[in-house]
Design a binder for this molecule. Structure first.
Ligand code: ATP
Ligand code: MG
Ligand code: MG
Ligand code: MG
Length: 477
């Protein structure tokens, strides 16, 4: 009989039909039932073994972690947990697993331990749930844009520009750096590189995305992004995925509306398609919470938090209004925020962002119109001469999840800003051409995909929501 995934099987009426499942043994405790899992759901299928007619040598090989193929009849369950069991007629061991050496025991492991065996953590309920949610979210991102007629434009991974000039780009070269060709003045001669120049891994697909939007109207890119920044935080990775839409004829308000609609759409998609996984993660967090002191416990469960996010408009205010709130706030009894001293003009730290979201408004917040000094050269300058049409979306427990803006479409203003900031205009001649020939109002944003997965799964560390995390001193496989 043909293999059936366990998720589908658990929704089938048991009527004595013959079925086949394949998966990995979670437990075979007291040699009673085999709990088998194939990753399609956190629920295991129970295999009832006929001991009398099963070879002893075979029984010995049914150990935690072993891969099995089981054929049998689907019957009403003897246990409480679920509706169906399989009464095995044939069990075949496809791959043995030495129980003495298998690192995953049938018990709860700490996330730190699981990070050390990241190659096997997919086999736990927690990571099974996380990566199924991640999968759904990425699918929903495409559905959202495709339904709205956006074109998925693949921007390059290897680029020549370090868009923001932040010096965070990983260099790419095929030169032998142990013995590189040198120019007369002794510098590495990148003219002899494969591309005939220095290149790096993309830090953002935005500038290329703008080229697409200036012809196709609405585009998005969704791919890996690389930053050689200090990623020793719970919110930064050296390799992360970013969703970057870019829309012609959009202003800042249109941009905010689209970002809010996207976030709500993908969260509600996950709630609908991954209910079981999100309930599992909610349960996990609630248990974790019980061991914490009262004041550190969550006010809402994960499920409530997600639903709340869908049911409420995001709060929209300007950077200046936010500073006024922060000035008057006392985050804890001892100190007020530094802004009393520093005042208007400084970038917000994540503690300020989280104060606004978690303590003051208690919901997602969109901050707009930041001081131009702390934002990128391509953001559209406001008439006050001090601020730009930027927007950041801040989420509870996360801080910044989206960064975006209306773009500066006026060539003169753009060039003047590039000069002020020391951005080389000759290198970005192709970018400036979009303003020379039919430049028009447009806007876009970047949504950090892992920060979104963090929010929806309720996890606390970004390294736990990407299958193969890249961070300083870590690139095992
Ligand atoms: P942050 O202030 O948190 O460092 P940023 O302002 O440097 O973020 P942007 O350049 O605005 O980031 O990038 C757009 C989005 O990409 C951010 O809002 C965030 O969601 C995500 N992001 C940025 N850097 C990282 C990173 N190192 N790891 C994971 N996600 C990131
Ligand atoms: Mg940053
Ligand atoms: Mg930021
Ligand atoms: Mg940002």
């Amino acid at each position: 009989s043909q293999r059936i995934k366990i998720k589908a099987l658990l929704q089938t009426e048991p009527a004595g039909q013959e079925v086949n499942v394949k998966g990995w043994v979670r437990t075979f405790r007291n040699n009673q039932f085999i709990a088998l899992n194939d990753g399609s759901t956190n629920s295991n299928i129970q295999i009832v073994v006929d001991f009398q007619n099963t070879d002893e040598a075979l029984l010995k090989r049914i150990t935690t972690g072993a891969a099995l193929s089981v054929t049998g009849t689907l019957v009403a369950s003897l246990g409480k947990g679920q509706a169906v069991d399989i009464k095995a007629t044939t069990i075949e061991v496809l791959g043995d697993s030495d129980p003495e050496k298998y690192p995953l025991q049938p018990k709860k492991h700490s996330l730190e331990f699981l990070r050390e065996i990241a190659h096997l953590r997919f086999r736990t309920n927690t990571f099974g749930a996380i990566f199924r949610v991640r999968n759904s979210l990425s699918f929903a991102v495409h559905t959202f844009f495709q339904e709205r007629g956006f074109v998925y434009l693949h921007t390059p991974v290897i680029t020549a520009s370090d868009a923001e000039g932040a010096g965070e780009a990983f260099k790419v070269t095929n030169l032998d750096l142990n013995n590189p060709p040198r120019t007369e003045s002794g510098e590495i001669d990148f003219k002899q590189d494969f591309f005939g120049r220095a290149t790096n891994l993309t830090v953002s697909g935005q500038l290329e995305g703008e080229l697409g939007a200036m012809a196709l109207s609405d585009i998005y890119t969704f791919g890996p992004t690389f930053r050689a920044e200090n990623s020793n935080t719970t919110r930064h990775l050296a390799e992360f995925w970013m969703i970057e839409p870019e829309m012609a004829f959009y202003d800042l308000a249109d941009n905010m509306d689209l970002a809010e609609a996207l976030l709500k759409y993908v969260i509600s998609y996950a709630l609908e398609h991954n209910r079981e996984d999100i309930e599992f993660l909610t349960q996990r967090l609630t248990e974790e919470d019980k061991s914490k002191p009262q004041q550190e416990r969550q006010e809402m469960t994960l499920l409530e938090k997600l639903q709340f996010c869908l049911d409420n408009d995001f709060e929209r205010l300007t950077y200046t209004q936010a500073i006024d709130i922060l000035k008057d706030s006392t985050p804890n009894k001892k100190k007020k925020f530094q802004y009393l001293i520093e005042g208007w003009g400084a970038d917000l730290q994540s503690e300020h962002e989280r104060y606004l979201v978690e303590k003051h408004f208690k919901k997602p917040v969109i901050l707009t119109d930041y001081p131009k000094e702390i934002k990128s050269f391509y953001m559209r300058q406001n008439d006050d001469g001090k601020t730009v049409a930027a927007m950041d979306i801040l989420f509870p427990g996360i801080g910044e999840i989206v960064g975006g803006s209306q773009r500066e479409e006026r060539l003169e203003r753009l060039e003047q800003r590039m000069d002020e900031m020391g951005i080389p205009k000759d290198e970005l001649w192709w970018y400036l051409d979009t303003r020379r020939f039919g430049g028009c109002p447009h806007a876009g944003f970047g949504l950090g995909f892992e920060r979104l997965v963090l929010f929806v799964t309720g996890m606390g560390n970004i390294r736990d929501v990407i299958p193969f995390p890249r961070f300083p001193k870590n690139a095992e496989f």
